[in-house]
Design a protein around this ligand. Structure first.
Ligand SMILES: [Zn+2]
Length: 390
Protein backbone atom coordinates (compact mmCIF):
# COMPACT_ATOMS: atom_id res chain seq x y z
CA UNK A 1 0.00 0.00 0.00
CA UNK A 2 2.77 2.37 0.84
CA UNK A 3 4.41 2.01 -2.50
CA UNK A 4 1.10 2.45 -4.26
CA UNK A 5 0.45 5.73 -2.54
CA UNK A 6 3.97 6.90 -3.11
CA UNK A 7 3.62 6.14 -6.80
CA UNK A 8 0.40 8.11 -6.77
CA UNK A 9 2.12 11.14 -5.32
CA UNK A 10 4.75 10.95 -8.02
CA UNK A 11 2.06 10.86 -10.67
CA UNK A 12 0.05 13.68 -9.18
CA UNK A 13 2.99 15.92 -8.61
CA UNK A 14 4.44 15.09 -11.97
CA UNK A 15 1.18 16.28 -13.45
CA UNK A 16 1.79 19.65 -11.84
CA UNK A 17 5.38 19.59 -13.07
CA UNK A 18 4.12 19.12 -16.60
CA UNK A 19 2.23 22.38 -16.19
CA UNK A 20 5.40 24.11 -15.19
CA UNK A 21 7.57 22.63 -17.89
CA UNK A 22 5.14 22.74 -20.75
CA UNK A 23 3.62 26.07 -19.88
CA UNK A 24 -0.02 25.23 -19.29
CA UNK A 25 -0.56 23.09 -22.33
CA UNK A 26 -4.33 22.74 -22.69
CA UNK A 27 -5.26 19.18 -21.93
CA UNK A 28 -8.79 18.19 -22.74
CA UNK A 29 -10.84 15.70 -20.79
CA UNK A 30 -8.21 15.09 -18.18
CA UNK A 31 -9.68 12.57 -15.79
CA UNK A 32 -7.71 12.92 -12.63
CA UNK A 33 -9.41 11.52 -9.56
CA UNK A 34 -10.49 14.69 -7.78
CA UNK A 35 -11.85 13.85 -4.39
CA UNK A 36 -15.31 15.19 -3.65
CA UNK A 37 -14.10 16.29 -0.24
CA UNK A 38 -11.22 18.36 -1.63
CA UNK A 39 -13.39 19.73 -4.41
CA UNK A 40 -15.85 21.26 -1.95
CA UNK A 41 -13.45 22.70 0.64
CA UNK A 42 -14.29 26.22 -0.55
CA UNK A 43 -17.85 25.53 -1.69
CA UNK A 44 -20.05 28.58 -1.25
CA UNK A 45 -17.07 30.96 -1.09
CA UNK A 46 -16.45 33.64 -3.69
CA UNK A 47 -13.01 35.15 -4.23
CA UNK A 48 -12.36 38.33 -6.23
CA UNK A 49 -9.05 38.29 -8.11
CA UNK A 50 -7.65 41.55 -9.46
CA UNK A 51 -4.64 41.03 -11.72
CA UNK A 52 -3.16 44.53 -11.66
CA UNK A 53 -3.10 46.87 -14.70
CA UNK A 54 -4.22 45.89 -18.22
CA UNK A 55 -3.18 44.88 -21.71
CA UNK A 56 -1.80 47.47 -24.09
CA UNK A 57 -4.62 47.35 -26.66
CA UNK A 58 -6.93 50.11 -25.48
CA UNK A 59 -7.66 53.77 -26.06
CA UNK A 60 -8.68 54.71 -22.52
CA UNK A 61 -7.07 57.62 -20.70
CA UNK A 62 -4.98 56.45 -17.77
CA UNK A 63 -4.92 60.02 -16.47
CA UNK A 64 -8.69 60.31 -16.04
CA UNK A 65 -9.29 61.36 -12.45
CA UNK A 66 -11.24 59.04 -10.17
CA UNK A 67 -11.91 58.89 -6.44
CA UNK A 68 -8.98 57.90 -4.27
CA UNK A 69 -11.27 56.95 -1.39
CA UNK A 70 -9.68 59.68 0.75
CA UNK A 71 -11.64 62.68 -0.44
CA UNK A 72 -9.33 63.40 -3.37
CA UNK A 73 -8.70 62.00 -6.81
CA UNK A 74 -5.98 60.12 -8.61
CA UNK A 75 -5.23 58.62 -11.99
CA UNK A 76 -7.65 55.95 -13.15
CA UNK A 77 -4.86 53.47 -13.85
CA UNK A 78 -1.16 53.04 -14.46
CA UNK A 79 0.70 50.90 -16.96
CA UNK A 80 2.59 48.88 -14.37
CA UNK A 81 6.24 48.03 -14.33
CA UNK A 82 8.41 46.12 -16.77
CA UNK A 83 10.99 43.66 -15.44
CA UNK A 84 14.70 43.97 -16.09
CA UNK A 85 14.19 41.39 -18.83
CA UNK A 86 11.40 43.34 -20.49
CA UNK A 87 8.36 41.36 -19.32
CA UNK A 88 5.34 43.59 -18.56
CA UNK A 89 3.87 43.38 -15.09
CA UNK A 90 0.31 43.08 -16.37
CA UNK A 91 1.15 39.76 -18.03
CA UNK A 92 2.87 38.37 -14.94
CA UNK A 93 -0.11 39.43 -12.81
CA UNK A 94 -2.50 37.84 -15.30
CA UNK A 95 -0.61 34.54 -15.52
CA UNK A 96 -0.34 34.16 -11.76
CA UNK A 97 -4.02 35.05 -11.37
CA UNK A 98 -4.99 32.27 -13.79
CA UNK A 99 -3.10 29.73 -11.69
CA UNK A 100 -4.72 31.04 -8.51
CA UNK A 101 -8.13 30.88 -10.16
CA UNK A 102 -7.61 27.28 -11.26
CA UNK A 103 -6.43 26.30 -7.79
CA UNK A 104 -9.36 27.98 -6.03
CA UNK A 105 -11.91 26.58 -8.46
CA UNK A 106 -10.52 23.08 -8.02
CA UNK A 107 -11.22 23.51 -4.30
CA UNK A 108 -14.81 24.53 -5.04
CA UNK A 109 -14.62 28.32 -4.84
CA UNK A 110 -16.38 30.72 -7.21
CA UNK A 111 -13.87 33.15 -8.67
CA UNK A 112 -14.63 36.58 -10.13
CA UNK A 113 -11.91 38.41 -12.07
CA UNK A 114 -11.51 42.18 -12.37
CA UNK A 115 -10.53 41.89 -16.04
CA UNK A 116 -11.33 39.24 -18.59
CA UNK A 117 -8.16 39.10 -20.68
CA UNK A 118 -4.60 40.37 -20.88
CA UNK A 119 -4.94 42.18 -24.16
CA UNK A 120 -7.25 45.15 -23.65
CA UNK A 121 -8.70 47.46 -21.05
CA UNK A 122 -9.45 46.22 -17.54
CA UNK A 123 -11.16 49.14 -15.83
CA UNK A 124 -10.11 52.05 -13.62
CA UNK A 125 -9.21 51.38 -10.01
CA UNK A 126 -12.63 52.54 -8.83
CA UNK A 127 -14.37 50.33 -11.43
CA UNK A 128 -12.48 47.34 -10.08
CA UNK A 129 -13.31 48.20 -6.48
CA UNK A 130 -16.98 48.46 -7.43
CA UNK A 131 -16.78 45.11 -9.18
CA UNK A 132 -15.29 43.56 -6.06
CA UNK A 133 -18.00 45.16 -3.92
CA UNK A 134 -20.72 43.69 -6.10
CA UNK A 135 -19.16 40.26 -6.53
CA UNK A 136 -20.32 38.80 -3.25
CA UNK A 137 -16.71 37.88 -2.50
CA UNK A 138 -15.58 36.96 0.99
CA UNK A 139 -12.06 38.12 0.18
CA UNK A 140 -10.27 39.96 -2.61
CA UNK A 141 -6.66 40.02 -3.71
CA UNK A 142 -4.92 42.51 -5.96
CA UNK A 143 -1.95 40.88 -7.65
CA UNK A 144 0.98 43.14 -8.53
CA UNK A 145 4.75 43.22 -8.80
CA UNK A 146 6.86 46.19 -7.79
CA UNK A 147 9.48 48.31 -9.49
CA UNK A 148 12.33 49.39 -7.26
CA UNK A 149 16.12 49.77 -7.49
CA UNK A 150 17.95 46.57 -8.38
CA UNK A 151 19.46 45.98 -4.95
CA UNK A 152 16.04 45.63 -3.34
CA UNK A 153 14.14 42.37 -3.33
CA UNK A 154 11.36 40.48 -1.64
CA UNK A 155 7.58 40.49 -1.45
CA UNK A 156 5.26 42.72 0.52
CA UNK A 157 1.54 43.04 1.17
CA UNK A 158 0.01 46.52 1.15
CA UNK A 159 -2.62 47.51 3.70
CA UNK A 160 -4.47 50.83 3.76
CA UNK A 161 -3.62 53.47 6.33
CA UNK A 162 -6.52 53.88 8.74
CA UNK A 163 -8.98 55.37 9.13
CA UNK A 164 -10.60 55.15 5.71
CA UNK A 165 -13.14 57.84 4.84
CA UNK A 166 -16.08 55.50 4.28
CA UNK A 167 -17.02 54.06 7.69
CA UNK A 168 -18.21 50.74 6.26
CA UNK A 169 -14.99 50.23 4.30
CA UNK A 170 -12.95 51.33 7.30
CA UNK A 171 -14.68 48.72 9.44
CA UNK A 172 -14.00 45.97 6.90
CA UNK A 173 -10.38 46.84 6.10
CA UNK A 174 -9.47 47.48 9.73
CA UNK A 175 -10.90 44.13 10.80
CA UNK A 176 -11.14 41.28 8.34
CA UNK A 177 -8.95 43.17 5.86
CA UNK A 178 -6.07 43.18 8.32
CA UNK A 179 -6.59 39.44 8.86
CA UNK A 180 -6.46 38.83 5.10
CA UNK A 181 -3.21 40.81 4.87
CA UNK A 182 -1.69 38.82 7.71
CA UNK A 183 -2.81 35.50 6.24
CA UNK A 184 -1.25 36.44 2.90
CA UNK A 185 2.01 37.57 4.49
CA UNK A 186 2.23 34.39 6.55
CA UNK A 187 1.57 32.22 3.49
CA UNK A 188 4.34 33.95 1.56
CA UNK A 189 6.78 33.41 4.41
CA UNK A 190 5.77 29.75 4.71
CA UNK A 191 6.37 29.36 0.98
CA UNK A 192 9.94 30.54 1.51
CA UNK A 193 9.64 34.05 0.10
CA UNK A 194 11.69 36.76 1.77
CA UNK A 195 9.86 39.88 3.00
CA UNK A 196 11.00 43.09 1.34
CA UNK A 197 13.06 45.45 3.48
CA UNK A 198 12.66 48.63 1.44
CA UNK A 199 10.07 51.42 1.23
CA UNK A 200 9.05 51.14 4.85
CA UNK A 201 7.94 47.53 4.62
CA UNK A 202 7.75 46.00 8.07
CA UNK A 203 7.56 42.24 8.44
CA UNK A 204 6.33 41.94 4.89
CA UNK A 205 3.56 44.54 5.27
CA UNK A 206 3.51 48.12 3.98
CA UNK A 207 0.90 50.63 5.19
CA UNK A 208 -0.09 53.26 2.61
CA UNK A 209 -2.70 55.90 2.01
CA UNK A 210 -1.83 56.58 -1.65
CA UNK A 211 -3.11 53.25 -3.01
CA UNK A 212 -6.78 53.80 -3.74
CA UNK A 213 -7.99 50.24 -4.24
CA UNK A 214 -8.07 49.22 -0.57
CA UNK A 215 -9.74 52.52 0.39
CA UNK A 216 -12.54 51.88 -2.12
CA UNK A 217 -13.07 48.15 -1.60
CA UNK A 218 -15.72 46.92 0.83
CA UNK A 219 -14.32 43.38 0.75
CA UNK A 220 -11.36 42.27 2.90
CA UNK A 221 -8.43 42.92 0.57
CA UNK A 222 -4.83 41.77 0.40
CA UNK A 223 -2.82 43.83 -2.08
CA UNK A 224 0.23 41.74 -2.95
CA UNK A 225 3.48 43.00 -4.45
CA UNK A 226 4.97 39.62 -5.34
CA UNK A 227 8.51 40.86 -5.86
CA UNK A 228 10.67 43.57 -7.41
CA UNK A 229 10.83 43.35 -11.19
CA UNK A 230 13.91 45.55 -11.05
CA UNK A 231 15.84 42.86 -9.17
CA UNK A 232 17.33 40.06 -11.26
CA UNK A 233 16.45 37.21 -8.86
CA UNK A 234 12.92 38.42 -8.19
CA UNK A 235 12.36 39.00 -11.91
CA UNK A 236 13.47 35.46 -12.76
CA UNK A 237 10.88 34.07 -10.31
CA UNK A 238 8.16 36.41 -11.59
CA UNK A 239 8.79 35.45 -15.21
CA UNK A 240 9.27 31.67 -14.99
CA UNK A 241 6.41 29.17 -14.96
CA UNK A 242 7.91 27.54 -11.92
CA UNK A 243 8.18 30.85 -10.10
CA UNK A 244 4.64 31.84 -11.07
CA UNK A 245 3.34 28.54 -9.73
CA UNK A 246 5.20 29.19 -6.49
CA UNK A 247 3.61 32.64 -6.21
CA UNK A 248 0.19 31.25 -7.11
CA UNK A 249 0.33 28.53 -4.48
CA UNK A 250 1.44 31.08 -1.87
CA UNK A 251 -1.46 33.39 -2.79
CA UNK A 252 -3.89 30.47 -2.80
CA UNK A 253 -2.58 29.38 0.59
CA UNK A 254 -3.08 32.88 1.98
CA UNK A 255 -6.63 33.06 0.68
CA UNK A 256 -7.51 29.60 1.95
CA UNK A 257 -5.92 30.40 5.30
CA UNK A 258 -8.10 33.49 5.59
CA UNK A 259 -11.27 31.82 4.34
CA UNK A 260 -10.97 28.79 6.61
CA UNK A 261 -9.27 30.70 9.44
CA UNK A 262 -6.89 27.92 10.27
CA UNK A 263 -4.14 28.62 12.73
CA UNK A 264 -0.59 28.70 11.44
CA UNK A 265 0.60 25.09 11.14
CA UNK A 266 2.91 24.08 13.94
CA UNK A 267 6.53 24.50 13.05
CA UNK A 268 5.88 26.95 10.25
CA UNK A 269 7.95 30.10 10.49
CA UNK A 270 5.77 32.94 11.67
CA UNK A 271 6.53 36.62 11.50
CA UNK A 272 5.83 37.57 15.05
CA UNK A 273 7.97 39.35 17.54
CA UNK A 274 10.65 41.86 16.77
CA UNK A 275 12.67 41.90 13.62
CA UNK A 276 15.64 40.67 15.64
CA UNK A 277 13.72 37.57 16.64
CA UNK A 278 13.18 36.33 13.16
CA UNK A 279 15.68 35.23 10.59
CA UNK A 280 16.86 37.91 8.23
CA UNK A 281 16.11 35.71 5.28
CA UNK A 282 12.94 33.73 5.75
CA UNK A 283 13.98 30.12 5.49
CA UNK A 284 12.10 27.70 3.40
CA UNK A 285 9.52 25.88 5.44
CA UNK A 286 11.23 23.37 7.70
CA UNK A 287 9.83 20.35 5.95
CA UNK A 288 11.75 21.36 2.84
CA UNK A 289 14.80 19.99 4.57
CA UNK A 290 13.22 16.57 4.62
CA UNK A 291 14.05 14.66 1.47
CA UNK A 292 11.51 16.21 -0.86
CA UNK A 293 11.40 13.48 -3.45
CA UNK A 294 10.82 10.77 -0.89
CA UNK A 295 8.17 12.05 1.49
CA UNK A 296 7.11 9.87 4.34
CA UNK A 297 3.88 8.23 3.52
CA UNK A 298 1.57 7.19 6.27
CA UNK A 299 -0.67 4.26 6.03
CA UNK A 300 -3.87 5.55 4.54
CA UNK A 301 -6.76 5.26 6.97
CA UNK A 302 -8.76 7.46 4.59
CA UNK A 303 -8.18 5.01 1.80
CA UNK A 304 -11.73 5.20 0.60
CA UNK A 305 -11.45 8.93 0.05
CA UNK A 306 -7.99 8.76 -1.43
CA UNK A 307 -7.80 9.05 -5.17
CA UNK A 308 -8.57 5.55 -6.24
CA UNK A 309 -5.20 3.95 -5.86
CA UNK A 310 -6.48 0.88 -7.63
CA UNK A 311 -8.30 2.73 -10.38
CA UNK A 312 -6.60 4.19 -13.34
CA UNK A 313 -6.79 7.96 -13.78
CA UNK A 314 -7.01 7.77 -17.52
CA UNK A 315 -6.21 10.66 -19.74
CA UNK A 316 -8.12 10.34 -22.96
CA UNK A 317 -6.62 12.43 -25.63
CA UNK A 318 -3.59 13.47 -23.66
CA UNK A 319 -0.88 14.79 -25.93
CA UNK A 320 1.95 12.43 -26.67
CA UNK A 321 4.51 14.82 -25.36
CA UNK A 322 7.64 13.28 -23.91
CA UNK A 323 6.89 14.70 -20.51
CA UNK A 324 3.31 13.47 -20.36
CA UNK A 325 3.19 9.69 -20.68
CA UNK A 326 3.24 9.05 -16.95
CA UNK A 327 -0.14 10.77 -16.76
CA UNK A 328 -1.62 7.80 -18.53
CA UNK A 329 -0.24 5.37 -16.04
CA UNK A 330 -2.46 4.33 -13.21
CA UNK A 331 -0.82 4.49 -9.83
CA UNK A 332 -0.47 0.94 -8.65
CA UNK A 333 -1.64 -0.80 -11.78
CA UNK A 334 1.62 -0.41 -13.64
CA UNK A 335 5.19 -0.38 -12.55
CA UNK A 336 5.60 2.72 -10.41
CA UNK A 337 5.99 5.69 -12.69
CA UNK A 338 8.90 7.85 -11.90
CA UNK A 339 9.46 11.45 -12.80
CA UNK A 340 11.49 11.91 -15.94
CA UNK A 341 14.95 11.24 -14.68
CA UNK A 342 16.58 14.61 -14.51
CA UNK A 343 17.79 16.23 -11.37
CA UNK A 344 15.96 19.41 -12.27
CA UNK A 345 12.65 17.58 -12.54
CA UNK A 346 13.24 15.75 -9.28
CA UNK A 347 13.82 19.12 -7.66
CA UNK A 348 10.60 20.46 -9.16
CA UNK A 349 8.67 17.49 -7.84
CA UNK A 350 10.04 18.10 -4.40
CA UNK A 351 9.42 21.82 -4.63
CA UNK A 352 5.78 21.46 -5.57
CA UNK A 353 5.10 18.89 -2.90
CA UNK A 354 6.67 21.19 -0.33
CA UNK A 355 4.66 24.14 -1.62
CA UNK A 356 1.50 22.18 -0.99
CA UNK A 357 2.34 21.50 2.65
CA UNK A 358 1.29 24.89 4.09
CA UNK A 359 -1.81 24.84 1.88
CA UNK A 360 -2.60 21.40 3.29
CA UNK A 361 -2.29 22.89 6.76
CA UNK A 362 -4.73 25.68 5.89
CA UNK A 363 -7.16 23.07 4.63
CA UNK A 364 -6.98 21.21 7.92
CA UNK A 365 -4.90 18.34 6.60
CA UNK A 366 -1.78 16.92 8.21
CA UNK A 367 0.86 19.28 6.85
CA UNK A 368 3.91 17.42 8.12
CA UNK A 369 3.87 14.29 6.01
CA UNK A 370 2.59 13.35 2.60
CA UNK A 371 -0.62 11.64 3.56
CA UNK A 372 -3.22 10.33 1.19
CA UNK A 373 -5.18 13.51 1.93
CA UNK A 374 -2.26 15.56 0.65
CA UNK A 375 -2.11 13.31 -2.36
CA UNK A 376 -5.77 14.12 -2.88
CA UNK A 377 -4.99 17.80 -2.73
CA UNK A 378 -2.18 17.39 -5.25
CA UNK A 379 -4.56 15.59 -7.60
CA UNK A 380 -7.22 18.23 -7.06
CA UNK A 381 -4.88 21.11 -7.81
CA UNK A 382 -3.24 19.34 -10.72
CA UNK A 383 -6.70 18.64 -12.12
CA UNK A 384 -7.67 22.29 -11.81
CA UNK A 385 -4.41 23.53 -13.25
CA UNK A 386 -4.59 21.18 -16.20
CA UNK A 387 -8.20 21.94 -17.03
CA UNK A 388 -8.80 23.75 -20.30
CA UNK A 389 -9.10 27.48 -19.87
CA UNK A 390 -12.70 28.56 -19.42
ZN1 LIG B 1 1.30 47.04 -10.24
Amino acid sequence: MKSIIKAGICTAVTAAVVVVMAGLVPVTALAVPISPEMGTKLAGKTVFLDPGHQGASHTESLAKQVSDGRGGTKDCQTTGMTTVNGVPEHTINWDVAQLVRASLESLGARVVLSRQDDTGWGGCIDDRANAANQSGAAVAVSIHADSAPAQFSGFHVIQPELPILDPAIDRIQSGAGRAAVTAMRDAYVQAGFKPATYAGVQEGVQTRKDVAGPALTAVPLAFVEMGNGGNADDAALLESKEGQLKHAIAITTGLVGFLLSSPTPAGAPALTGSAADRPAAAPAAPQIQAAPAAPQVQAAPQAQTAPQAQTAPTVPGAPQSPAAPQLKTAPGTQPAPTAPGTGATANLVGTILQLLMPLAGSLGLDSTVATSALLNLAYTLAGGLLSPAK
